[in-house]
Design a protein around this ligand. Structure first.
Ligand SMILES: C[S@@+](CC[C@H](N)C(=O)[O-])C[C@H]1O[C@@H](n2cnc3c(N)ncnc32)[C@H](O)[C@@H]1O
Length: 201
């Protein structure tokens, strides 16, 4: 992984965080309750927003990101345990979590299908699974632009696929999608779902 991307991440994100993402993160943070898993916690940008979690287990494979998140971790209102792990191989037992949160991370995970399967495994039956992601758009011009930019974008932004169809992957998974809310010309989306595995047994 590149070193400069994690170092400039917070500064680069500041304008969009202030203009809209902060509101989205605030709502998602409040919704996360019980034992919470955060996937790809980056610089800990969601850490200040947790209010109702008993405990948060955050996983993040990038050591610079983990280090940058420590200040927010120490100031958080809930206990947060941070681990070096990848979404495709979560170091947790089956049926551990009441809520799973992933924000702006499924664009970068090398094997998103495996990551969703792991989230299904470690979350309890009925657990909330919440996502805030950028996705492949329907609008033809924007879609083409996403496709054209993706090869360079991946190099600049640590493997981020601008054009990944994460929403389709979630709909095809065993998670039950209950709400989809679009933002910024349908480029960003909040997806609420739950783990309905007990219903399928
Ligand atoms: C664009 S950043 C988003 C960080 C943070 N979640 C946010 O909302 O700003 C993407 C994050 O995904 C992490 N990541 C990349 N591959 C991953 C994987 N296989 N499993 C978990 N996290 C991963 C990166 O290290 C990075 O911290």
């Amino acid at each position: 992984m590149g070193k400069w991307f994690p170092r400039i991440y917070d500064i680069a994100m500041r304008p969009i965080e202030r203009s809209g993402f902060k509101k989205i993160r605030t709502k998602l943070g409040k919704e996360a309750n019980g034992r919470v898993l955060e996937v790809g916690s980056g610089t800990g940008i969601n850490f200040p927003y947790y209010r109702n979690a008993i405990r948060v287990d955050a996983i993040e494979p990038n050591s610079i990101m983990r280090e940058k998140s420590l200040r927010r971790l120490e100031r958080a209102r809930v206990p947060i345990q941070l681990s070096n792990a990848r979404a495709e191989s979560l170091p947790f037992a089956d049926d551990t979590f009441d809520t799973v949160l992933a924000t702006l991370v499924f664009c970068t995970i090398p094997n998103p299908v495996k990551a969703i399967q792991e989230i299904e495994r470690v979350s309890k039956p009925g657990a909330k699974v919440l996502f805030f992601e950028h996705v492949r758009v329907e609008q033809p011009f924007l879609r083409k632009t996403q496709d054209l930019l993706t090869p360079l974008w991946k190099k600049l932004c640590d493997g981020c696929h601008l054009n990944r169809d994460t929403l389709a992957l979630l709909k095809q998974s065993n998670l039950e999608v209950t709400e989809v809310k679009y933002y910024y010309n349908q480029i960003f989306v909040v997806v609420k779902s739950f783990n309905n595995k007990s219903n399928k047994l």
